[in-house]
Design a binder for this molecule. Structure first.
Ligand code: HEM
Length: 125
């Protein structure tokens, strides 16, 4: 499909564009697969493909010129029975990743604010 239009690509630029987002997702996944609280959920997951999907998704959420090719958040997490604690652990790994890459706090908060509303679509599924 065509890239979804970027109404406001300010956040996309603050995150360093596609390259910056790719680095953020990679740093997050490195932490995630080592995170004893939640690593077990990803034991069967193709991490390379998950990286691709997350980059597309964060890019779209940040207003970048990307297309998300993955499942809906409901369908992606169905049967995993994720809890609020699981969700918070992933967010913590994402924040640690952004801190490590020195993403400005304002940009971190803007991205988190875009992801937070997905929580009810992800937990207890
Ligand atoms: C804001 C929070 C989250 C976002 C934005 C998110 C996003 C995504 C995306 C984009 C995918 C790929 C869907 C596809 O393959 O089409 C995915 C898959 C997955 N997510 Fe999440 N997710 C979140 C929270 C979580 C949490 C808290 C866990 C577990 C601790 C989790 C576990 C998984 C697993 C295991 C898969 C891969 C399933 C498979 O192997 O195909 N997610 N998620």
């Amino acid at each position: 499909g065509l890239p979804q239009p970027a109404s406001d690509d300010g956040l996309y630029r603050q995150l360093g564009g596609r390259e910056g987002i790719s680095a953020i997702v990679e740093e997050m996944l490195v932490r995630l697969v080592e995170d004893e609280r939640i690593a077990h959920h990803f034991a069967q997951t193709d991490i390379i493909q998950l990286h691709e999907r997350l980059v597309e998704q964060f890019c779209v959420e940040a207003g970048g010129p990307c297309t998300y090719r993955g499942l809906s958040m409901e369908d992606a997490h169905i049967g995993l029975d994720l809890t609020e604690a699981d969700f918070n652990a992933l967010v913590e790994d994402l924040v640690d990743a952004m801190e490590a890459l020195e993403v400005p706090t304002r940009a971190q908060n803007r991205l988190l604010r875009r992801l937070a509303p997905m929580r009810p679509q992800i937990i207890h599924r």
